[in-house]
Design a protein around this ligand. Structure first.
Ligand SMILES: [Zn+2]
Length: 351
């Protein structure tokens, strides 16, 4: 049964004893079926018997996969315990990628987290492809501007892709969960840094020196955030506020170039030409998302009522997608403004 279960066989036996009764029984039963399917013995059987056994194995595995039931928080193993306000509806540990991916279509605590970023990922992927292949006539410097927008789309799609993948395979095993959580956190940094690129490019269009300095600083901060998020402690529940703080800090580092822009251009031009209004709305969405995430609101006030829908992590996910959408609209307006000027820098253009 090796090829059917792929990577799962070795871990299955190890997991069984530690898991809750329902899951343990199912896994144990699956493991017994595996013993019967010794590949050496299969080779010695007549063809018909092999085919019958193949069908049987497939059937057994399908049933085995479908047997899991959602379980309460208190029977979860420690590495799956993240939010004790979500009382029920958790997936058990499922050391099979196939079972994890199939669980996308079932209701549990991660369903909303998976779909919010899977849909967001597809949205930005299609939009990004559209931007990359839009006619050259919309750009002053087509290649350069596509690279700049490409950085945003790359950051957004990687962030959302790593996120839905992490939430999908989160229950696979401690090792897989830890690896994907690091990818998930790195994705948030990529989204933030990727968002800075087109904004700095168009906001400081006629001032290449501050433009470059701010870009270098945000890249250095991004590398620092990615490095910090590789620590095994970073993904633990105790570090929830630290995590929110790191990403909030990275995003809020944009306050320095924003103030620079406001002081140089004045509030009226900053709002009209600099699209600062959209930037503030984006910042508001991200800050609200990070605050709800860190404080675990609303499930804190309604323990057990937000297990499947409307918990803080899902709201945070939706706010991230909305924030990225608002940012894209803002930088598209900035791009249109520079395009309307033909990309020229005159005495009257301050930045
Ligand atoms: Zn998430």
């Amino acid at each position: 049964m090796g090829p059917l279960l792929g990577e799962d066989n070795s871990q299955q036996g190890a997991e069984v004893g530690a898991e809750p009764a329902g899951w343990g029984a199912a896994a144990q039963w699956g493991a017994e079926e595996l013993d019967d399917a010794d590949p050496v013995r299969v080779l010695t059987l007549p063809l018909q018997a092999q085919q019958a056994m193949g069908r049987m194995e497939e059937f057994v595995f399908k049933v085995w996969e479908g047997r899991w039931r959602v379980i309460p928080y208190d029977v979860l193993p420690d590495w799956l315990k993240d939010n004790d306000f979500l009382l029920h509806g958790h997936r058990p540990p499922m050391p099979s990628f196939r079972a994890c991916f199939r669980s996308i279509f079932r209701l549990h605590t991660e369903t909303g987290n998976i779909w919010t970023h899977l849909i967001g990922f597809l949205f930005f992927l299609i939009l990004g492809i559209g931007y990359m292949f839009s006619p050259n006539v919309n750009y002053v410097a087509p290649v350069q501007e596509r690279v700049v927008f490409g950085m945003f789309f790359l950051g957004a799609t990687l962030c959302l892709c790593f996120s839905w993948l992490f939430h999908t395979v989160y229950c696979h095993s401690e090792r897989v969960s830890r690896t994907f959580s690091k990818l998930d956190y790195s994705g948030i940094t990529l989204l933030i840094v990727g968002s800075f690129v087109p904004w700095l490019y168009y906001s400081f269009y006629c001032s290449p020196q501050p433009q470059l300095i701010y870009l270098i600083i945000v890249c250095a901060l991004g590398i620092t955030a990615i490095t910090v998020s590789q620590s095994d402690h970073f993904s633990t529940p105790q570090y929830r506020a630290v995590r929110a703080g790191v990403f909030l800090g990275l995003g809020l580092s944009g306050l320095v170039p924003t103030l620079h822009f406001l002081l140089a251009e004045g509030p009226v031009r900053a709002a009209r030409a600099g699209q600062v209004g959209w930037l503030f709305l984006m910042a508001l969405l991200y800050i609200l998302g990070a605050a709800l995430y860190a404080a675990r609101v609303p499930e804190r006030f309604f323990p057990g009522k937000c297990d499947i829908w409307f918990n803080s992590h899902q709201i945070f996910h939706v706010l991230v997608v909305a924030g990225a959408g608002v940012h894209l609209h803002g930088v598209s307006q900035l791009q249109a403004f520079r395009f309307s000027l033909g990309g020229t820098c005159t005495e009257s253009t301050v930045l």
